[in-house]
Design a protein around this ligand. Structure first.
Ligand code: ZN
Length: 411
């Protein structure tokens, strides 16, 4: 019998290089995808694998068409020209969809992040999953066809949804803004029709991923707070990964209770949630204007609007100050239509956070507007789809033998 002391575990380091060949290929493929062109000797140095092992993995990735030969670069240390590789621009595309309450957007990009095509659909999320997702599939197929591609060229799909998403099952769970979507198998629906891996995530998580990857690994951890039709958060830790929590509900900060308006009814069914005070709809309702008029009024700097926006920003700031004390981010990104069109929100939040968070937590903190604006969600979606293709599971799937029984994720 052990004691309380002897029964504790020791954290295992991620063993991403051994012994699984797909994991090693995933590391190599990501190194190549992260640079413009990468030499064989850099891959040997970065992975610590033998040159012959790296060569074998490169051969598999080349055969699958995921990477391609990029000719010779500058001379290496031994004076020989360095053999270069790059991620394949010609092998297939990833499909990205961002579903919002009133409009949805779809895009096709190559593995080297070139946008091949994009479209916007005016369709209300309340239409329900079957109609909306069928419309997305139709747009994806049309975009593929326009570019001389078929659904066999689709390597992975990423979908962002404006609600809490069960990251294991690929479905929204009790989403306040999406009636009819609770428990609907989004992954399965798309995988059945398009025949490739599907990853589904919360829209704000994907915006956060986009912002984090735009900084190329600097300024982590990163906390993003989005103020739109809902209020949401996302967190990318110092390891570069999105925080999903046990079930995918992490960072859903819109339903933190705030004391300012304890009776304000939230669309989640509770009262006094941050979202019930700070969403664009809540602010517009308080000023008795439409959401479009609210934005115009913020831009014109009308006194009454500015004063309400300031008040709301202070409430948001208090919640963020608590989060800063909890998770000590290096960067906080504020995003959303109101945030982007005035300095007021950022200024108020900054002032509250610096007053209320601990000095050690704010010493190196930067609090900024989104660098990607309203492209953040689609760019994050592209990142999640490409990272799915280049994950050990994605590499295993795309290098599988012809008679392999492997099915797309979601089926
Ligand atoms: Zn709520």
């Amino acid at each position: 019998m052990g004691s309380l002391w002897t029964e504790v575990g020791i954290l295992l380091e991620e063993q991403s290089l051994a012994p699984d060949a797909h994991a090693a290929r995933s590391v190599i493929a990501r190194l190549i995808a992260d640079g413009t062109q990468v030499s064989r000797s850099l891959l040997v140095r970065a992975t610590g694998l033998a040159r012959s092992t790296v060569d074998k993995h490169l051969e598999v990735l080349l055969d699958a068409g995921l990477i391609e030969d990029a000719g010779f670069g500058k001379q290496d240390a031994r004076g020989r020209p360095a053999q270069m590789f790059q991620v394949s621009a010609g092998k297939g595309v990833v499909l990205v969809a961002e579903v919002s309450t009133r409009t949805s957007r779809v895009a096709l990009t190559t593995l080297d992040k070139e946008v091949v095509g994009r479209r916007e659909l005016r369709i209300d999320v309340e239409t329900g999953p079957e109609v909306l997702l069928a419309a997305l599939v139709e747009q994806f197929l049309a975009l593929l066809e326009e570019n001389g591609l078929t659904k066999e060229d689709a390597l992975a799909i990423s979908v962002g949804l404006p609600g809490p998403v069960d990251s294991h099952l690929g479905m929204a769970v009790r989403p306040p803004l999406m009636p009819g979507w609770d428990g609907f198998g989004v992954c399965r629906f798309l995988a059945e029709r398009l025949g490739c891996d599907v990853v589904v995530d919360n829209d704000v998580n994907l915006m956060t991923l986009g912002e984090a990857r735009a900084l190329k690994g600097a300024h982590l951890p990163l906390l993003l707070v989005h103020i739109g039709p809902g209020v949401g958060g996302g967190f990318v830790g110092e390891n570069g990964r999105l925080l999903h929590g046990a079930d995918g509900a992490a960072a859903d900060i819109g339903h933190i209770r705030v004391p300012e308006l304890p009776d304000a009814l939230c669309r989640c069914g509770n009262r006094g949630c941050l979202e019930a005070i700070a969403s664009t709809g809540a602010i517009a309702a308080r000023l008795n204007v439409s959401e479009d008029d609210l934005l115009a009024s913020v831009i014109r700097g009308e006194a009454n609007t500015v004063s309400v926006v300031r008040e709301v920003a202070i409430v948001v700031g208090r919640v963020i100050a608590d989060l800063v004390n909890f998770c000590n981010p290096a960067r906080i990104v504020l995003s959303g239509p109101i945030v982007q069109c005035t300095e007021e929100v950022l200024a108020q939040v900054r002032s509250v956070v610096y007053q209320q968070s601990r000095p050690l937590a704010t010493r190196n903190l930067s609090l900024v507007h989104s660098s990607l604006g309203d492209e953040a969600g689609l760019i994050g979606g592209m990142v999640s789809a490409i990272e799915q293709v280049l994950s050990p599971r994605g590499i295993a799937y795309h290098t599988r033998p012809r008679d392999s029984p492997m099915l797309p994720l979601g089926l």
